[in-house]
Design a protein around this ligand. Structure first.
Ligand code: SF4
Length: 158
């Protein structure tokens, strides 16, 4: 998997102070996409074990308390990203169970494959759907267009 940016302290992508990873790869090609440079899976930088270790360390950092991890892009649920993202979310839930995970994807919840659901079954908040320019609304929180839905999962019931 490749990624574009990692923000170890982020207050604009989800609730609270967070770590945010923007991955490479998106097959949705939405008209008006704000981040076309992330579409190619080989764009950006190679995601490494060292970066994953740093994300875990940042989430556990007690000097700057993070509420959780945000995964955006690009699309974290692009087929090329699934193995690495599943490993990351599984590790976060195992090593930092009190941290929440937010994930933005261009797929809708009911389109997800079994492999994608193996990831979304472990996250707390999913913001789904393509960006639709005709439904763009700058007043919306955490999403760009009104068709996108914020799903909050209760992991205690799974
Ligand atoms: S899903 Fe997001 S990153 Fe992908 S094309 Fe649409 S707006 Fe751009």
């Amino acid at each position: 998997m490749n990624y574009h940016q990692y923000h170890p302290v982020d207050v604009v992508n989800g609730e609270g102070t967070r770590c945010t990873l923007f991955v490479a790869g998106c097959e949705h090609h939405c008209k008006g996409c704000y981040n076309q440079s992330t579409w190619r899976v080989d764009s950006g930088h190679v995601y490494t074990q060292a970066l994953e270790d740093r994300i875990i360390a940042d989430l556990m950092d007690t000097r700057i308390k993070r509420r959780g991890l945000s995964l955006s892009g690009g699309d974290p649920l692009h087929p090329a990203n699934l193995a690495v993202i599943e490993r990351l979310v599984t590790r976060v839930k195992h090593q930092c169970p009190e941290k929440d995970i937010w994930l933005w994807t261009g797929y809708t919840l009911n389109q997800l494959s079994e492999a994608q659901r193996a990831i979304t079954d472990q996250i707390d908040v999913l913001i789904d759907g393509k960006f639709e320019q005709s439904q763009y609304d700058p007043e919306l929180l955490w999403r760009g267009s009104a068709n996108q839905i914020i799903h909050r999962f209760d992991l205690s019931k799974s």
